[in-house]
Design a protein around this ligand. Structure first.
Ligand code: ANZ
Ligand code: ZN
Length: 823
């Protein structure tokens, strides 16, 4: 065993773990549980360095917690539905299932080569019938409860992928997957009523101390709670009213015109015949622009006059009704009372179309001239031109006007959320079929329980001609209505893949449960996830959906859990040459190549040592090389010290040499520091650095063969191996065995430190001046020469002998004597 050759070590231990099911867990009520989860991968084909990093971080925690006596659930699976499989099938003239399962097989072998300590018996793929069938059952229960519904709506449509995209999946007006320009299209869609949980989702963000604050802030902004009023504006000459939502009812007296979403249901009704052509052209134009663009601040504001007027209910003035491109149909009421003096968008709009301005709030003690304004005044201030509310502070007027409107029956106080219901319909084959039947007579009919699951048919064709391949499988589509027996069509929309990732962590608790989606007792034993680890890109999408789903399942009686993830760690990216590692940048390092050359332990160590988990990790070939060299050094250390360690027993303090005491102190201090760094703080890089220093200290420890030192040396070397084991499990298993232990490194438990052994001992150093004893100073055991000198020179007994003399030199015998020569 002279040289460290990873290849000789890693396969051996992977086989031992696999054969012995070392990391299999059950629900053990006698032990504290710990559920450690990393976000599961999409089976794209191969793992990338981001996975290596994410899963290495997780594996340290899993292994550490097991060594600390926890019953650790550490599962792995596959987020396996989705478009790339379908695209690959078209390209390769094959089937998405084949592509997916082949990728899973390969990636599973890659993860096994990394030595991650998963309970592989719990592995699941969301495209397994065993998994998605339960989602159908839950979907139908949610449908019964009104948590799922169908409605016609404008959706973001990617013409290239031929599918609907959630708002979150549109980035700068382009598809998040293929970067094509997104268009608006009206379609019948299925939705989850996530808005029903808006308040709870928001409120609970204040009770998740284990989450990064910035993720919580992103979730709060996404939910976007606004407190304000809905106010009715009568339409002149009719009985109709236009209802607006405003957060600034204090500006009501300054509302001089109305802005409606072009898609507003009253838009055409309010349009006078002479305006019709122009209005229709405008509506068509806006429909083609995507919502994200429309709300961008720098987007050119445009509108069209309908020819109608509303009446401001407090000033009784006429307000021309416009359609405006920046007003969205699905926020508030889809209509805005425009206050150009105090809202910037309205200001720009009014200037463009020459609409009247009325100032109703002024900075304290000042006035504002509407003609001279170059921008809206959006701050709080003193009320002006506002009838009985004039002179009040605007924030107080807000309350008073809301009360007034409510009393007069003109308006009501309301809360609005930016959060929209979650559209889950996807017009694709490779997804979970939405289990309903569309009947011309009965409408939407849920697939009866006895006919579940709806199995994805294997005989679809992937021609690439567009449209949903599922809709072209007659045996799937053509069914008789379960209610009336008439010919009907099966729903061919499949569910967004984010649905599957919204509850996989629950299924991991009981993946073999055959009587339903979840075994309540087992799920409740493990939940919540104690530590969740994944990329920041999921801060809004996945994490919000998963929180919603958990609450919905709770309310369906499945599991008594409010929040799924107790602690969240968002790891940084892996970057190389200053850019995120990605195929498009051409700077990808393939984990396989890394493992083949250096071994999995080096790959793990590098990705843990090069940066703290939350920070971006800068790839460095020297860093990899250095990690490998360190492991070789540890390997040599063990085999070189083995002859001295022999059969040493526990440390006998009485027999330990001075140098031995110093080494022991370093050992125990290192254990203390590493434990502190690893436990809950994830400062893996500094923990590893501390072990590296300890290794140096052991190397320079002499004499290794002194009688009392064998036990100290053994304790030191074994501590190194144990502390490194969560980071580099293969090499440490091998070394642990070489040190004469059986049963695996984890069974030894995490090393503990003795506080007493950490205390710096003090030494008494004799001080001589010109060879004569003049005093004694106490210094910390490891004190450097300079410290000892400083203590001696300032010692009251020594000082008089140095007074007025020149110090020629000082000779230090470490830990014993300082002789100062003066002349
Ligand atoms: C009058 C007003 C005066 C407004 C003022 C603002 C400032 P948040 O805080 O995001 O909820 N609004 C309402 N519905 C809208 C829609 N569908 N599309 C575009 N804008 C809409 O924003 C609430 C404000 O956004 C509302 O308050 C409304 O303009 C506008 F000095 O009403 B405000
Ligand atoms: Zn029917």
């Amino acid at each position: 065993e002279e040289k460290y050759i990873p290849r000789n070590v890693e396969g051996k231990w992977q086989n031992v773990w696999e054969a012995g099911k070392t990391y299999k867990v059950g629900e053990d009520p006698a032990k504290p549980k710990y559920y450690l989860l990393e976000m599961f991968p999409y089976p794209s084909g191969r793992i990338h360095m981001g996975h290596v990093r994410n899963y290495s971080i997780g594996d340290v925690v899993a292994r550490y917690k097991r060594m600390r006596g926890f019953n650790v659930l550490h599962p792995m699976g596959w987020d396996a539905f989705g478009m790339p499989a379908e695209n690959a099938a078209i390209k390769n003239k094959s089937h998405p299932a084949k592509w997916t399962y082949e990728n899973i097989a390969y990636m599973r072998s890659q993860l096994k080569k990394m030595g991650f300590s998963y309970d592989w018996d719990r592995e699941l793929a969301t495209c397994d019938l065993d998994y998605y069938q339960w989602e159908q059952k839950m979907f139908l229960e949610m449908y019964e409860k009104g948590l799922v519904y169908k409605k016609s709506s404008f959706v973001n449509w990617c013409p290239a992928c031929e599918t609907v995209l959630a708002n979150e999946q549109v980035e700068d007006g382009a598809c998040w997957r293929c970067d094509s320009e997104v268009v608006q299209k009206e379609l019948e869609q299925w939705f989850f009523r996530i808005t029903q949980y808006a308040e709870e989702l928001l409120e609970q963000t204040h009770h998740l101390p284990g989450w990064p604050e910035r993720v919580l802030v992103m979730q709060r902004n996404w939910i976007g709670k606004s407190i304000g009023c809905e106010i009715d504006f009568p339409v002149e000459g009719t009985l109709a009213k236009v209802r607006v939502f405003t957060t600034r009812q204090d500006t009501l007296y300054g509302a001089t015109f109305m802005s409606l979403a072009p898609e507003h249901p009253m838009a055409l009704q309010l349009t006078t015949p002479d305006r019709r052509a122009e209005v229709e052209a405008f509506i068509e134009k806006v429909k083609k622009t995507d919502k994200v663009k429309r709300t961008a601040e720098d987007f050119e504001k445009e509108g069209v006059f309908t020819g109608s007027y509303c009446i401001n209910p407090v000033t009784n003035r006429r307000m021309p009704v416009y359609l405006a491109n920046f007003v969205l149909l699905d926020y508030g009421t889809g209509a805005v009372m425009a206050v150009p003096t105090h809202d910037q968008r309205d200001f720009e709009f009014a200037r463009k179309y020459d609409l009247p301005l009325q100032v109703v709030i002024v900075p304290e003690g000042e006035t504002l001239d509407p003609a001279a304004m170059t921008a809206a005044y959006t701050e709080a201030g003193t009320m002006a031109n506002s009838g009985p509310f004039g002179g009040l502070r605007s924030d107080e007027a807000k309350e008073r006007i809301a009360d007034y409107l409510q009393k007069e029956g003109i308006g009501t106080k309301t809360v609005n959320y930016r959060l929209r219901d979650w559209g889950i319909s996807r017009q694709r084959y490779w997804g979970n079929p939405i289990p309903v039947i569309n009947c011309d007579i009965c409408g939407v009919v849920p697939v009866p329980e006895k006919d579940l699951p709806v199995v994805l048919p294997m005989d679809a064709e992937f021609t690439g001609e567009g449209g949903n391949p599922l809709a072209k499988v007659p045996s799937f589509v053509n069914v008789s209505c379960p209610q009336c027996g008439a010919e009907a069509r099966r729903e061919t929309d499949t569910m967004d893949t984010f649905v599957q990732s919204s509850w996989y962590f629950l299924r991991y608790c009981c993946p073999d449960f055959a009587a339903g989606p979840l075994d309540k007792a087992r799920a409740e034993y493990w939940m919540p996830v104690d530590q969740y680890i994944g990329g920041i890109e999921h801060a809004v999408l996945h994490l919000l959906y998963a929180r919603f789903f958990t609450k919905a399942l709770r309310d369906l009686g499945y599991v008594d859990v409010d929040e799924p993830f107790k602690n969240l760690l968002t790891q940084g990216m892996v970057i190389k040459d200053g850019a995120k590692m990605s195929k498009s940048k051409g700077n990808v390092v393939d984990p396989d190549a890394l493992i083949n050359r250096y071994g999995a332990d080096t790959a793990r160590l590098f990705s843990l040592f090069a940066a703290p988990p939350e920070k971006d990790l800068d790839w460095s070939d020297q860093g990899v090389e250095g990690s490998y060299r360190f492991l070789s050094r540890v390997w040599r250390l063990v085999f070189e010290t083995l002859p001295f360690i022999g059969t040493a027993g526990p440390v006998d303090p009485a027999a330990v040499t001075e140098a031995g005491k110093v080494l022991r102190r370093t050992v125990h201090k290192t254990i203390r520091k590493v434990t502190d760094d690893v436990d809950e703080r994830f400062h893996f890089n500094t923990a590893i650095a501390a072990v590296m220093e300890l290794v140096n200290a052991i190397y320079s420890f002499e004499p290794k063969n002194a009688p009392g030192n064998a036990a100290v040396l053994k304790e030191a070397v074994e501590s190194v191996v144990l502390m490194l084991s969560p980071f580099v499990p293969h090499v440490t298993e091998e070394l642990w065995e070489a040190l004469g232990h059986r049963g695996g490194v984890e069974s030894a438990g995490w090393p503990t430190w003795e506080e007493a052994a950490c205390v710096d001992e003090e030494l008494l150093v004799v001080v001589q001046v010109n060879g004569k004893l003049r005093g004694k100073v106490t210094v910390p055991a490891g004190a450097a020469e300079d410290e000892v000198k400083a203590a001696a020179f300032s010692d009251e007994k020594v000082k008089p002998w140095l007074d007025g003399k020149q110090v020629r030199k000082a000779i230090y015998v470490p830990g014993k004597l300082l002789n100062i020569v003066v002349g």
